[in-house]
Design a binder for this molecule. Structure first.
Ligand code: SAH
Ligand code: SF4
Length: 423
């Protein structure tokens, strides 16, 4: 979401003749796009921005702006704390960035009910895949999470506007879109999310559709059927579980039990047998016992996710969980997180190895970063595959998997441009 916010800001600034440069020393305007989901991201930003104090002193005409959730959280206090910063703009106010730029300095952190109706021409990174926002904000107030406070209430973009953007992207050569929302499947833009998928599926020239992040409470049969039946919708879902303990899930205000979550996973796998399921887990939520932690490990064993993002619980301002009693020491959180990650690494590797010998459709993204003689691409299940070949970016090739590694697959091309649905 943050990455795409930066693409949207770049698109806006380009209209005014700004171009991106690599070195802050060459810039007239320096923008920090900040994240406050966990404390670490926020601290990283504070140390980076502190380093610009000298540069600003030497060249006072350079302007420094802070965008994103830290800006939203701190508002005017950030200007007071960092007097070399000129502008503070929350993530709901990107469209008004130019307005604030015409002033000496300013803070813009109002709630923006019109956000879903704004058309901002994003300047995207080159590639085959493009992010497309379909909804903003969050209504869920999970007890640990700062997002509802920084990004405001859920607001869905009208389907016509989404389709216009997707068609435009296809005409620019993009092959894949990833529909974006804090809870992408809670979309309510006049049509249901499964219906929206159907509409995007009918865009000619588009090859693949992905969507992140889905909230388990809004994963219904209609959506499962849409994933099963729509040809372009890829067989992958990111479905954060957060914890395997019902007691912790309740404290987190997640609105599902582990059994309910598991049932949805089983339904998904029954209807879409090849589906890859990835998840998010928080280690060391306040009051989490060793027993709760073991329940999470058991859940990972039972579900056998394809991948996982794990985080140590981080107390965030304004959230209920940050004020709960029973905060755990850093070492306990770290220890539990590493057990979670180790277990999942073993599972991921085992699942990747099971793909050896299979022939999968791979959308070519370009030369591999590690070895430029190789190409890299993704399967429909969102697994990275590296292979030798010279097929141009954006082509679909059939690749036989020769090796399943911990974080990627290796393969060999067996043909170009397949048609139909093989995964
Ligand atoms: N809207 C999405 C995820 C948004 S944040 C959802 O509900 O699934 C991405 C992930 O960051 C979350 O799934 C959660 O695992 C993690 N996260 C959020 N707040 C956190 C916190 N305070 N401490 C640790 N991890 C957190
Ligand atoms: Fe945060 Fe929960 Fe909303 Fe996700 S659903 S953004 S974790 S409050």
């Amino acid at each position: 979401m943050n990455f795409h916010d930066a693409e949207r800001l770049l698109g806006l600034l380009r209209q005014d003749g700004f171009i991106a440069v690599d070195d802050p020393k060459d810039a007239d305007l320096i923008v920090f796009n900040t994240c406050s989901i966990r404390e670490k991201a926020e601290q990283k930003f504070l140390s980076e921005v502190g380093r610009l104090r000298r540069l600003k002193k030497q060249e006072p005409s350079k302007r420094i702006a802070v965008l994103g959730c830290v800006a939203q959280q701190q508002g005017k206090a950030l200007l007071e704390r960092m007097p070399h910063v000129d502008y503070v703009v929350g993530p709901q106010n990107i469209s008004k960035f130019k307005e604030v730029l015409s002033r000496e300095s300013g803070v813009l952190i109002e709630d923006n009910p019109d956000i879903a109706f704004e058309e901002i021409p994003a300047q995207r990174a080159e590639g085959v895949s493009a992010w497309v926002n379909i909804m903003y904000g969050c209504n869920n107030f999970c007890s640990y999470c700062v997002v509802p406070y920084t990004r405001g209430r859920e607001r869905s973009r009208p389907p016509e506007s989404i389709l216009r953007e997707v068609r435009e992207l296809v005409s620019q050569g993009y092959k894949e879109v990833t529909l974006l929302g804090q809870n992408v499947n809670s979309y309510r833009g006049g049509v249901s999310f499964p219906r929206l998928l159907e509409m995007v599926n009918s865009v000619e020239g588009l090859e693949r559709i992905r969507f992140v992040t889905s909230h388990p409470k809004d994963l219904n049969d209609e959506l499962i059927n849409a994933v099963a039946s729509l040809q372009k919708v890829c067989e992958h879902i990111h479905l954060p579980l957060q914890s395997g303990s019902d007691r912790v899930l309740r404290l987190m205000n997640r609105r599902y039990t582990y059994a309910e979550y598991l049932k949805k996973v089983e339904k998904l796998r029954a209807k879409v047998p090849e589906i890859a399921i990835t998840t998010d887990i928080i280690a060391g939520f306040p009051t989490e016992t060793e027993e709760d932690h073991q329940a999470t490990l058991r859940a990972l064993e039972e579900i056998q996710f394809d991948g996982l993002f794990g985080f140590k619980f981080s107390p965030r301002p304004m959230t209920k969980a940050s004020k709960m009693e029973g905060q755990l020491p850093e070492e306990v959180k770290a220890e539990r997180l590493s057990e979670i990650l180790e277990l999942q690494d073993r599972i991921t590797e085992k699942k990747n190895r099971a793909l050896e010998g299979r022939v999968l459709d791979v959308l070519v993204e370009g030369p591999s970063e590690k070895d430029p003689r190789m190409l890299t691409g993704r399967t429909r299940t969102n697994k990275i595959v590296n292979f030798y070949g010279d097929t141009p970016r954006g082509s679909l090739v059939k690749v036989r998997i020769t090796r399943g590694l911990r974080h990627s697959l290796q393969g060999e091309v067996i043909s170009g441009s397949p048609s139909g649905r093989h995964i």
